[in-house]
Design a protein around this ligand. Structure first.
Ligand code: SF4
Length: 362
């Protein structure tokens, strides 16, 4: 009988930050037997994080729809008729009120997203005021506003923005099949501007867009070989929205999604890997498997722009059943307050269903 090669682990291999991953090495991780991959991912996860802790962010769409870009998966593009109701930039106070509600539900990071190609000069005062206001509540802040010039990145950093989200979406080779209105190098330039301004980077992609496994490996290779790994790596599963060019895309094998999470965990051992858009279509067992594969961040609450998110309370209940606790949450709240937040989120559930809000792919 042929012996099957087992992954070799040592302390160095599971905590080392590398920036020289080849596509072949990453593909070899993807194609190993599923149990071996999960064992390796879980080993890396445990060496770098509390395996039962998940970071929780809430996303607020501060400006919805009418985006001039042509991202083929996105219902916010003005080019596709998806029935999405567009909304102007929210008032600063309204955003701060949303942030307060998010904090009361246990979120520790508040992400603000605007469907823009890039912010205009006149928008910068509003968005920097939002950052200051949300920071003032004691929340971490994140924004996704499209492409940023270096001076815009500096303005946001000066206002106290902690994270900037800008996804690469897919591999450089597949990118042209998804977006034509901005290039891969445009995206890398924005990410450089964010880093140079001293902010943390949130950057990931979307799987299930018809790409090959080598494209998923290519996306992760780009992320892992950055000078610094993104602190946050969202892995989105395509949400097929009627009216977008990707509406009829074939379903991705759920194990391929889990494999992507696991490989991201192995090659970016100290990054938060975020289980992001597409959770609505995952059952609890699949979400639990994603946590096992090393996902340790989620969006919580009712706002991801492309799809309704599983209601906040469902997440809380699943956390309870799996023995997961929220990162940083316990720093701010004692047991009683946690319980009160859970009760409140249960009460909010019906309201959030009624409101039928939308989610981002970040
Ligand atoms: S993903 Fe962002 S940039 Fe692309 S169309 Fe949607 S909102 Fe615009």
């Amino acid at each position: 009988m042929n012996a099957v090669a087992k992954p070799v682990f040592n302390k160095k291999a599971i905590t080392d930050i590398r920036h020289d991953w080849s596509r072949e090495e990453i593909l070899a991780l993807f194609t190993q037997p599923f149990s071996d991959l999960m064992f390796q991912a879980q080993t890396v996860h445990r060496a770098n994080f509390d395996p039962n802790q998940v970071q929780v962010s809430t996303l607020c769409s501060i400006k919805t729809g009418a985006c001039p870009e042509d991202c083929a998966y996105c219902p916010q593009s003005a080019r596709y008729d998806t029935g999405l109701e567009k909304e102007k930039l929210m008032a600063v106070q309204a955003v701060i009120d949303e942030a307060k509600a998010a904090k009361a539900s246990g979120a520790t990071r508040f992400c603000m997203g605007a469907a823009w190609r890039s912010p205009k000069g006149r928008d910068m005062g509003y968005v920097t005021d939002m950052v200051k206001g949300v920071k003032g509540l004691g929340l971490e802040t994140c924004m996704t506003l499209g492409m940023l010039k270096s001076e815009q990145a500096e303005q946001l950093a000066d206002a106290g923005l902690d994270y900037y989200n800008h996804n690469l979406d897919t591999s450089p080779e597949y990118y042209g099949d998804v977006i034509t209105t901005r290039t891969y190098s445009d995206r890398l330039e924005t990410l450089d501007n964010v880093r140079n301004a001293g902010m943390k980077v949130c950057c990931g992609g979307i799987v299930g867009m018809g790409e090959e496994e080598s494209d998923r490996a290519g996306l992760l290779q780009q992320l892992a070989n950055m000078k610094e790994h993104p602190e946050s790596v969202p892995v989105n599963m395509l949400v097929k929205v009627e009216g977008t060019p990707m509406a009829d895309q074939a379903d991705l094998d759920p194990f391929d999604f889990i494999r992507t999470i696991a490989v991201a965990r192995i090659i970016m051992p100290k990054s938060h890997v975020r289980l992001s858009a597409g959770r609505e279509e995952m059952n609890e067992q699949m979400q639990a498997m994603a946590y096992l594969a090393g996902a340790n961040s989620i969006f919580y609450g009712e706002k991801l722009l492309t799809t309704p998110n599983p209601e906040a309370s469902k997440d809380m209940l699943l956390f309870k059943r799996l023995g997961i606790h929220q990162e940083s949450y316990e720093l701010h709240m004692d047991e009683k307050e946690q319980e009160a937040a859970l009760v409140k989120s249960l009460a909010d559930e019906q309201e959030s269903i009624k409101n039928d809000k939308f989610f981002y792919t970040a």
